[in-house]
Ligand binder design. Structure first.
Ligand SMILES: NC(=O)c1ccc[n+]([C@@H]2O[C@H](COP(=O)([O-])OP(=O)(O)OC[C@H]3O[C@@H](n4cnc5c(N)ncnc54)[C@H](OP(=O)(O)O)[C@@H]3O)[C@@H](O)[C@H]2O)c1
Length: 336
């Protein structure tokens, strides 16, 4: 299998594989993991040309950064490592989440991530969530100090609106905006995508497979998920919503059957194709812990959907039952 193409991560680069790898599920959120298979998945992804690896300090409270650290260190020059600060978990009850964007917190967080990853510099450092009590200019100012000090190469933001992205970019260039974007979740197209396109900020869609839903894996999701699976708390995966949402996959299934590809590949091709539609760099980071799936997912970068096929997928997002988070105040859409 040949290597995937590349795309620019922000107007100042670097070039990275046009699809990255979300590492979150390897230690957090989606139930039990086979650690050996997950490690092999990291290696296979690199062979296929995947160079952007995505984690965050809160994934497993630091465990995910530690899990991928040996791989990152062994391949330091070939990979771009992205991590995030800003979501604070309560160790006694990880379901409780806070947000911190202040300078003191950022400075402490970067040291923790550098240490757990075992690297001298983080290639892309994201603010994970926005604390509306701290001006974004102040947060990005503190992040920019880390660039000046050589601890971080490029800055990113997650779940910010278009106006927030513009305000941040005026303080220091933002290389990437990471927010949820998929056939199921298109609220970012309102202000965030146009702002990113105008500013030359790369868009890194997270959960491009709708957290697995778009692969057709779920019908009665809450019955199929283990108790520790975070999706149990997500309105789209529960009860009647999941059953209704499963019906919405019919157009993906029709394209997949006609072309002899998978539903997940249709979903990934759709998100990749938004690069041409909105004229910006798009680098989705599907998450998987399995080699065969990283092969399947990277294969989707070579699939182009026709205008007629895209048109059949167009009405889906407007019909999805349930928000993408239980508390939408946690997202950029909650501030639009
Ligand atoms: N910035 C943020 O706030 C934020 C939020 C969520 C996620 N993220 C990042 O984005 C990454 C991706 O998002 P995500 O993991 O939430 O969702 P996703 O990529 O939409 O879906 C991941 C789920 O799909 C399954 N899957 C992957 N490829 C598949 C395939 N070819 N066939 C069938 N199932 C497949 C995975 O299971 P297996 O692992 O078992 O293959 C996993 O359950 C995360 O890893 C994380 O790095 C960021």
């Amino acid at each position: 299998m040949s290597r995937i193409e590349t795309a620019r991560l922000g107007s100042e680069g670097p070039e990275v594989g046009v699809q990255g790898l979300g590492c979150m599920g390897m230690s957090f959120a989606y139930g039990p993991t086979d650690a050996d298979e997950a490690r092999a998945t990291l290696e296979r992804a690199l062979e296929l040309g995947v160079t952007l690896y995505d984690t965050a300090d809160m994934y497993g409270m630091g465990e995910n950064e530690k899990f991928i650290a040996p791989f990152i260190q062994a391949n330091r020059d070939a990979v771009t490592i992205a991590t995030k600060f800003g979501i604070v978990l309560d160790p006694d009850d990880p379901a409780k989440r806070g947000i911190r964007n202040d300078r003191e917190y950022i400075r402490a967080s970067v040291e923790g991530s550098l240490q757990r990853l075992g690297v001298d510099v983080i290639d892309l450092y994201y603010m994970h969530r926005r604390d509306v009590n701290v001006p974004i200019e102040e947060t990005v100012g503190a992040m920019a100090e880390l660039v000046q000090e050589g601890k971080v190469k490029q800055l990113g933001l997650s779940e910010v609106t278009g106006p927030e992205l513009r305000a941040a970019h005026a303080v220091h260039p933002i290389a990437a905006l990471q927010s949820e974007w998929s056939v199921f979740s298109r609220d970012v197209e309102k202000t965030a995508v146009p702002a990113a396109a105008e500013l030359g900020v790369a868009f890194v869609p997270y959960s491009p497979l709708g957290r697995g839903f778009l692969t057709g894996a779920f019908v009665k999701a809450d019955a199929e998920l283990t108790k520790d699976d975070f999706r149990q708390t997500m309105p789209r995966f529960t009860g009647e919503n999941a059953e209704k949402n499963a019906q919405l996959l019919a157009p993906l299934r029709a394209i997949a059957e006609a072309r002899d590809i998978t539903l997940g590949q249709v979903a990934l091709a759709w998100v990749q194709q938004q690069a041409q539609i909105h004229d910006l760099s798009v680098i989705p980071i599907p998450g998987t812990r399995k080699r065969t799936r990283v092969e399947e997912n990277t294969g989707a970068t070579r699939i182009g959907l026709t205008a007629a096929e895209l048109a059949t997928l167009e009405p889906i997002a407007g019909q999805v039952a349930g928000g993408r988070y239980a508390d939408m105040a946690f997202t950029s859409a909650g501030r639009e």
